[in-house]
Design a protein around this ligand. Structure first.
Ligand code: NAD
Length: 556
């Protein structure tokens, strides 16, 4: 009898071999009604389950039926969370087999609502909550995690959850959701995944007043107190989980850039909001060139929103344009930003945040996005403002007047925050827009033509990047790896995708996409000497065999 599951990434110590009820209560090992008669006899399960044995395919169909009968998305989220807590193999089989239906439920847009209601719907903890009151004990808390050797950590402090703002400890839905995507979309074994919420308080007054708020009802720690807390956390992660890759997630932008800059060399880590978003948007821009013609470096990008996502995209665009022979300053001059105060220019009169300075060009100040579109005549408009209804009819129509195929990306999440809807983008541009959004929109039929919007979501990037870095045991996740990820993703867009107007592959191809990206990332790690691991002869085969496949192993 052997209950070892194949965790792919490395040889591991034998896990304990639970039996009976203990086995049914272990979501990583449980098969529920899928335990065979032989297993039931050998593992002390007879009588603990109804007698009929079901295949995993039958279990998937039963779960799907129950799920579809739930009245709304949040009830479906709760159902899926319960399934995940009971039987992870079945949960991931359902998610991978019905990925287009499931991703919007376990991730954006439903995860936004799930975070808002995280306290109310809290049933069973998942991951670790570490609060500012735990200073001096963080390593001890990490050791409470029941799995030896977490390899993949997603951590948030809840300050900027999607476009919903400061949700404090309720933000835990995001690390949990992202890690589920790592497993579903890239096959990282769930055993290795550790979601963490750092509760440093919240500046969301509503949460202070909510008697059932699950986090600390106090103002956010900032300055030296915050920095010391994060420094202790980083040291503790390095000591307790030395092989872990860490993803900084949904930090407010006053901390996000700093933390990435300060810690990426010290701890193998990246920031998905900055770097993952950058890669997915760049991939969409590269793929769009196959419809518009021309070179990447000839594009002019106008961003609405000059935060983590926007300046991250611009930085990666600059790196890509440099590969085409452009100088850094030429490439930067192709990127323009409008933030909440208007066009970002040199002499705007306010103190610009550090990350905006490289894009503050010498130009008269313009107060609105409409003015900026008219004056700058961009080829692409990229919304990363978290503010809905900002791409107005006038703006989209102007983009369509300026360009035969205007690129309009409304990337803000969740759906309620998108700068415009798919329908608006297509109808206001007479069907000529190349549109992508952060959260999914349904296809739009316009004058007899079906337009299929692409989902410009970093779901296409971070699972593959993480898998590649983990398998290659890279010491670092470099900017070059994100550039390689973007180029790989763009290449995987098929002519039939473009024919529908979609600049991303179908979500049903996500595991192949992640494998392709992981291979590019691992190749970068091997060729740049970022790992002590010897390059396997067959890099793609090596990664493929390590991907978690949600099937039941035999325990007897
Ligand atoms: P951020 O807080 O770092 O930046 C937001 C920026 O938008 C700031 O510069 C702010 O000044 C600006 N802004 C706010 N309201 C504005 C308005 N009315 N007009 C102009 N500018 C305005 O946040 P971020 O991390 O850059 O994320 C922004 C949005 O992008 C969020 O909604 C987030 O969900 C989305 N996002 C999407 C993806 C994806 O995969 N599609 C990935 C990351 C972020």
């Amino acid at each position: 009898m052997n209950l070892t599951t194949d965790r792919g990434l490395s040889a591991h110590g034998e896990p304990p071999q639970p039996r009976g009820v203990q086995l049914l209560n272990d979501p990583l090992l449980n098969k529920g009604s899928g335990f065979t008669d032989q297993e039931r006899d050998a593992l002390g399960l007879r009588g603990l389950l109804p007698p009929r044995v079901f295949t995993i395919e039958e279990q998937v169909q039963r779960s799907l039926g129950s799920l579809r009968r739930k009245p709304n998305a949040i009830e479906k989220y709760i159902f899926l969370t319960a399934l995940q807590n009971r039987n992870e193999t079945l949960f991931y089989r359902l998610v991978t087999d019905y990925v287009e239906e499931m991703v919007p439920l376990i991730y954006t847009p439903t995860v936004g609502q799930a975070c808002l209601e995280y306290g109310t719907n809290f049933r069973r903890p998942r991951g670790l909550f570490i609060s500012i009151r735990d200073r001096g004990h963080i390593a001890e808390i990490l050791r409470h995690w029941p799995h030896e050797g977490a390899r993949l950590i997603v951590v948030t402090d809840g300050e900027r959850i999607l476009g919903l703002g400061d949700l404090g400890a309720l933000g835990m839905g995001i690390p949990v959701g992202k890690l589920s995507l790592y497993t579903a979309c890239a096959g990282v074994h769930p055993y290795y995944a550790l979601p963490i919420t750092l509760d440093v308080g919240t500046d969301n007054e509503k949460l202070h007043e909510d008697p059932f708020y699950i986090g600390l009802p106090q103002k956010r720690a900032r300055g030296a107190e915050y920095d010391a807390f994060i420094a202790e956390f980083v040291d503790a992660v390095r000591a307790v989980f030395p092989k872990a890759l860490l993803q900084w997630e949904d930090f407010g932008n006053s901390n996000a850039f700093r933390l990435l800059h300060d810690y990426r060399q010290k701890l193998c880590s990246f920031n998905d909001d900055i770097q993952g978003t950058a890669a997915v948007a760049l991939a969409g821009l590269i793929a769009a060139l196959r419809l518009t013609g021309g070179k990447l470096s000839e594009q002019k990008l106008l961003f609405l929103g000059a935060g983590e996502a926007g300046t991250g995209i611009a930085d990666l665009f600059v790196a890509a344009a440099r590969e085409e022979g452009f100088s850094e300053s030429e490439a930067r001059s192709r990127c323009w930003f409008v933030d909440s105060k208007g066009l970002v220019v040199k002499d705007r009169g306010d103190r610009l945040a550090e990350h905006k300075l490289p894009y503050a060009h010498g130009h008269p100040f313009l107060p609105t996005l409409t003015d900026a579109v008219k004056a700058l005549q961009p080829t692409a408009l990229i919304g990363v403002s978290g503010t809905p209804a900002t791409f107005t009819q006038e703006i989209v129509a102007e983009m369509a007047r300026l360009n035969a195929r205007p690129v309009i990306f409304a990337l803000s999440n969740p759906t309620s925050k998108a700068e415009c809807t798919a329908e608006q983008a297509y109808s206001w541009s007479e069907g000529r827009a190349i549109f992508a959004s952060g959260s999914p929109f349904a296809p739009v039929d316009l004058n007899g033509t079906r337009h299929v919007p692409g989902q410009g979501n970093n779901i296409y990037i971070f699972p593959g990047v993480g898998l590649g870095a983990l398998v290659s045991e890279s010491r670092e996740v470099t900017d070059g790896m994100f550039l390689a990820a973007a180029q790989t993703l763009a290449k995987l867009v098929q002519p039939e995708d473009l024919a529908m107007g979609r600049v991303y592959p179908a979500l049903t191809k996500i595991r192949e996409v992640s494998l392709g990206i992981a291979t590019a990332v691992a190749e970068a790690a091997y060729s740049q000497g970022l790992t002590a691991r010897t390059r396997p002869v067959d890099v793609v085969g090596d990664i493929r065999t390590r991907m978690f496949d949600p099937r039941y192993p035999s325990y007897v």
